[in-house]
Design a protein around this ligand. Sequence first.
Ligand code: FAD
Ligand code: NAD
Length: 464
Amino acid sequence: MADYDFDVLVIGSGPGGYVAAIRAAQLGLKTACAESRETLGGTCLNVGCIPSKALLHASELFEEATSGKLAKLGIKTPTVELDLEAMHAQRIDAVKGLTGGIEFLFKKNKVEWLKGHATFTGKDSVKVGDREVRAKNIVIATGSSVTPLPGVEIDQKVVVDSTGALELPKVPEHLVVIGGGVIGLELGSVWRRVGAKVTVVEFLDQLLPGMDGEVRKEAGKLFKKQGMTLKLSTKVTGVQVNGDKATLTVEPSAGGAAETIEADAVLVSIGRRPNTSGLGLEAAGLSTNQRGQIEIDHDFRTSVPGIWAIGDVVPGPMLAHKAEDEGIAVAENIAGLTGIVNHDVIPSVVYTWPEISGVGLTEEQARERTEVKIGKFPMVGNSRAKTNHEPDGWVKVIADAKSDRVLGVWMIASVAGTMIAQAAQAMEFGATSEDIAYTCHAHPTHSEAFKEAAMAVQGKPIHI
Ligand code: FAD
Ligand code: NAD
């Protein structure tokens, strides 16, 4: 230790980095975390998970009042008005509270925050601002940034990325979303609920790539029903900005006649790419793969001893909870313990209404690997969902035909994001569909739909 300033230096304070730093400190290691942003918490807390959920929650309540949903429950709201400034203020407040919370946790755990951009100067040395430090272990947790669309300039006024879309000062009349993935659908939902006409232009023939095929089809139907215009199998070939308006040129993905769409806001949400530029990877003897990611082994070690990497900058889904779990595991591995993340059981959630979630294999992936049994149960048959006027969606359980072990679970339901935790835990414990079917579930809860879907694998649900 004598030669080193720290046992562990974490670069980046997102969900991967801050969790790694806190766990390393908890394990008795002298730890620092470099962060170039003004506040801790990374993409997720500053411009990602948290601010988007603040707007999703507020806009959902607004729509409940304006759509007549509350009136159906006997709650009259004759004068509902949007105060966008106040909606933004509560978003900013949520971010401030949580990023400040990480600063408090750093102090409590004696993690030193090195403020500034970090650049490797050697295999165990990093320059942060004017200060050069040496660390026995360095964890790269630099996260990801928006993938640009060639030829389309993001001005954060008319053409915005997800950060700009969180901060629009007024409701656009027509928002065109380029990319029908998670960000496009979540932020598109926010602005549709508060009054924008929303068109989603998606290159592929379905929304939400990577999710179960049936989920993707159903999602398309639901978002259309909610009033979004979906232009699938369509690519944007250009965006021309004139003052406060934009004209998009689009054509079929497979080629064909071009058409134009007028918009007063354009959201570019075609994916995210790892942050490695300006990190000085070459000085550390590291390089990236073709996708710009840093390759790691099972224990999060890079090819250079003493340098580790986690989160969005390494291969795998770009999700905050995956980054967090990797943060705990990498710190435990550095401390000589056994840190493991089961990458086969990482849930994913789209926080729209209804919510969409999944864990494990899609039906397509499962069928490719083995013979499967499928159980499905509609939310319209669930007493709680029905009583709450939330009939949309279903739960699908995919089990191995021979062993009955659950291989994947997919859900579309108002609270699917909360319900999926139970599926992930069941799969982590190696549950069969019969285990779930014979587990007593409280009544009346949405979770009973999961039990019934598991019963449907056995061919005997009760309420349908
Ligand atoms: P990040 O959170 O990106 O943090 C990396 C940090 O490193 C940044 O603060 C950056 O400033 C810093 N940094 C980078 N390079 C350097 C350097 N050289 N020196 C110093 N500091 C550096 N995921 C979910 O699971 N659920 C959600 O609901 C969700 N919603 C999202 C909504 C939006 C709009 C967006 C954009 C993303 C969302 N995500 C969500 C994805 C989630 O934010 C990421 O998966 C997660 O933040 C990745 O964590 P990370 O620690 O790897 O990196
Ligand atoms: P994404 O990969 O989810 O979706 C991008 C979409 O854009 C895809 O459907 C793709 O086919 C489409 N696309 C790509 N190029 C296109 C083009 N030229 N024209 C039209 N469509 C095009 O990416 P995202 O929505 O930007 O989200 C980025 C990451 O952030 C995701 O990996 C996601 O995991 C994460 N995220 C997660 C959550 C959550 O967990 N709720 C929320 C937001 C973001």
